[in-house]
Structure formats: structure tokens, C-alpha cells
Design a protein around this ligand. Structure first.
Ligand SMILES: [Zn+2]
Ligand SMILES: [Zn+2]
Length: 248
């Protein structure tokens, strides 16, 4: 059965809508609304759980955006904006490529689950991670500043650091680099997120051209065994609103 969506959309700069879902109800109608490039990408994913999640998440994104635009989901144009570090669109952030529409979005997937943030007129980034076995030490070296590593290893919950603190730190960083648009090109060690402090936190980072950018980052309640964060520009006072989409 096709899922008919008439989504409420953010009506002002002060609202971010959050949609959480899983791959439980993936069907042929989901694949049908994807673009050829999205279908190819899903087919290339080696893990079938992740591939189903990719399909359901992107189908939901298209239905939600299409519902607002009054456009069939398969006709919604999603492109890439310029990378803020090098200007190339090849690896820039995904954007809605519809003239005159100021909706912005950020989509995150982890295992069988996804999280989508939709805003209006401002950048935003979300990240979702299921707590899982991770080589914390190796990831810490690549992604955490010296101060963050020290704070994590001495978090006091468990000798050598605990997964909760690690994933809180990680999701905050990912949310910021996705809001910024730099994604994998960003040096995560330069994005300090005060993981030892409860959110929301203010996070500043260099932009490669001498300027500093500031974000307000909050941890999101997405259920036990998961962590999620939302980053929005520090000068936009945002109230997130959460809907559950396709429960199961
Ligand atoms: Zn780049
Ligand atoms: Zn801890």
C-alpha cells in the first residue's frame, strides 16, 4: 500500500521538524519513488539492512518534501550544494533543488533506523547512531581533540570511557559538520563539542578562511540504545518538534 503523506512542514524559522523511522515497512512503492541514482546507491550497499533503510529513508524524505511542494515524490529534485571547504558540488551537502523553496533537511541513518530533520531558511544537521561495539581508541585518535580524548577516557562511568559519552560526542560532531555542509571533508578534531557537558551546547569551529562559525547543538531523545543530535545556527532560536514516522 502506498503511504499517503500530507506532512506538516516547518512554518517559521523557529521550528525544526524531526521524523524518526525504520526500515520495517520497506516495499516496492518505496523503491519506485527514488531517483535512478538513489536506486543505484541502494543496490551498491553491501549490507541488506542498510540498503532497506536507505530506501525507506529516502522514500520518506521524498514524500515529506513532495507533500509540501505539491509534487509527486519521484519528481522532487534533490541535488548537492557546494562544499564549504573547496566549492565542489560533487561531495557537497544534499539540498532541495527546487527554485524558491527554502526548506532545508538533514538525513541520518544507522543500521535499520533513520532520522530526518527539516527546517526552513537555515542550515541544520542531524546525526543518529545506534550504540554498538566501536574501536573507541582508534576513532578517538581520528576524530577527537586531545582535550576531548582526555575527558572521554576519564568520564567516570567506566574505566577508559563509556559508549554513552563516546556516542554523545560523536553525534554532536557529526550533526555540526552536516549542518556546516563539510561532511567527511571536515577535520573532526577541530570541532570541539563539550561532550562532558549536558546539552544544548554552543560549538564553534574554523571555516578554513579565517572566520568562525557557531552552532547550537542539542541531544535528541530517540530511545534507549541510540544517540542523536541536532545542530542549528547559534543565532536561530529553534524549537524541535518530533513526529514518529512509519513506526515499527
Ligand atoms: Zn570539499
Ligand atoms: Zn561516560
Amino acid at each position: 500500500m502506498p503511504v499517503k503523506v500530507t506532512p506538516p512542514v516547518p512554518s517559521a524559522r523557529a521550528e525544526v521538524h524531526l521524523w524518526q523511522g525504520s526500515n520495517a515497512r520497506c516495499g516496492p512503492d518505496d523503491t519506485r519513488v527514488l531517483s535512478p541514482a538513489e536506486r543505484e546507491r541502494a543496490a551498491r550497499l553491501p549490507n541488506p539492512v542498510a540498503a532497506r533503510c536507505y530506501v525507506t529513508a529516502h522514500a520518506a524524505l521524498r514524500r515529506i518534501l513532495g507533500g509540501h511542494l505539491g509534487t509527486a515524490p519521484e519528481r522532487v529534485r534533490i541535488g548537492r550544494g557546494p562544499c564549504p571547504l573547496c566549492g565542489l558540488t560533487r561531495h557537497g551537502p544534499p539540498v532541495l533543488a527546487e527554485p524558491g523553496c527554502d526548506l532545508t533537511f538533514s538525513l541520518a541513518r544507522s543500521g535499520a533506523e533513520w532520522l530526518l530533520g527539516i527546517g526552513r531558511g537555515h542550515a541544520l544537521g542531524v546525526d543518529l547512531e545506534r550504540v554498538r561495539r566501536t574501536d573507541v581508541d582508534a576513532v578517538c585518535r581520528a576524530a577527537l581533540s586531545d582535550a576531548e580524548r582526555k575527558a572521554l577516557l576519564n568520564c567516570g562511568h567506566r574505566p577508559g570511557g563509556c559508549p554513552e559519552c563516546f556516542f554523545r560526542c560523536w553525534t554532536r560532531k557529526e550533526a555540526v559538520v552536516k549542518a556546516w555542509g563539510a561532511g567527511v571533508s571536515a577535520d573532526l578534531r577541530q570541532v570541539e563539542v563539550s561532550a562532558h557537558r549536558p546539552g544544548p551546547v554552543l560549538v564553534g569551529h574554523g571555516t578554513g578562511c579565517g572566520a568562525r562559525r557557531w552552532w547550537r547543538v542539542r541531544d535528541l531523545p530517540v530511545g534507549s540504545g541510540r544517540h542523536a543530535a541536532l545542530a542549528v545556527p547559534a543565532d536561530v532560536p529553534v524549537r524541535p518538534v518530533v513526529w514518529r514516522y512509519w513506526p515499527g
